[in-house]
Design a protein around this ligand. Sequence first.
Ligand code: ADP
Ligand code: MG
Ligand code: ZN
Length: 472
Amino acid sequence: MEYEIVMGLETHVELSTNTKIFCGCTTEFGGEPNTHCCPICIGLPGTMPKLNYQVVRYAVMAGLSLNCEIAKVAKMDRKNYVYPDLPKAYQISEYDKPLCEHGYIELSNGRKIGITRIHIEEDAGKLIHERGQTFIDYNRGGVPLIEIVSEPDFRSVDEVTEYLEYLQLTMRYIGVSDCKMQEGSMRCDVNVSVRPVGSDKFGTRTELKNMNSFTNIAKAVKYEVQRQIDVIESGEKVVQETRRFNDASGTTESMRGKEDAHDYRYFREPDLVTISVSDDEIEKIRKLIPELPNKKISKYIELYGLSEVDAKLLVKYKRVADFFEKSIDGVKVYKNCSNFIISLIFSRFETEDQKEQFNINVTPEDMNELLKLLEAGTIRNNVAKKTLGEMLDTGKKVKDILSEDDLKGLSQEELTGICNKAVESNPKAVADYLGGKDKAVKSMLGFVMKNTQGKADAQLAEKIIIDIIKNK
Ligand code: ADP
Ligand code: MG
Ligand code: ZN
């Protein structure tokens, strides 16, 4: 039988606020264990949480950029469970009144992935298993999270990857999270089930917990799908449970049975007030959202005439997109700029992080100056490339590198003069050309390039040479 994969994602994104969700402790990553803590975030009795408004603002920004409706009234609840990473024995989260609901993302294949809800909650501490013992670091406890829950709308791993990359990019653009999977600021639970192709009922799902890389998601889903198919084919039933991916063996293994909502004994957090974001406030927050990546990509393709590949490469890193847009101010040939960035600047970086940082010696104003000289025909492409290389190496400005002579460029009269000389001093080539050998022009063109130090526009020079010969 043929099977279809059905997946839904729960994605946790750590918000990049300066302080934690209910206290003033720093959210900085790392640090000596248990130094970013206070009585509130380790949940000592008698302490009172106070909601950090920046968390609400960031969550609303995330919701608006994922096409969600923002709730008029939201509240926070206690999700009770006993585990050492949670000193209060409950996590403050949102149960039945989340801040954002009913959003979606559109994939490049045209399918829409529904966003069921986005809620805010606190992160838990981290358990460190070492030398046969378990240590607890509460630095991460109380760091604000948003959980983005999708509908079970995914039908392939490629769709999951595109969705996550899109989330990552969007959250970075709007500045609410750095979404680094390797540092755990973006973590993802993948719910997987299979069903016979054509069936309209969902199969029983398992939940793959805390996936922390795209490669592992792909491996885990592949294994889990085959495992579920084998279970069904052997006449048994898939058990609804939480599973963990084992990196070393490439398999998934059962962690625990699936909890239901009632297992958590949710009830309203009595120490926090109701959250209500007014329409006015929502409009204020909407204004904080910059142009989103998918919109930028279409703009680069339709307005600037870039290829889809190039557009995506530039938009992938916000700083690069910002640099590109500032550099092309008043420029007509946008492609020169994207070519320079993609071929000359990116090749100097080794890691994704370096591209993300985009730390270069050249300002957009410098680039703009260079692009305008190139576009005006004052300098040729090879000179522009060499100049940019030197600017990147040394931090020098265009004017420090190009001589007065370079910047004067080559006037039409000068070029015509040199072309005339080329024709005069190559009678054989002229005769060859007139005899039908079109290629003979090339030797005259060589003369022109040599006598202009490569500053001439080869196409234009060729046209002038042919005109001169024909009018002789
Ligand atoms: P929880 O895991 O907290 O119990 P839900 O039951 O709402 O929460 O579902 C969590 C995730 O599981 C959602 O992303 C949802 O899309 C996905 N999901 C639900 N049913 C299925 C299914 N049959 N197959 C795959 N994913 C599913
Ligand atoms: Mg879940
Ligand atoms: Zn604290």
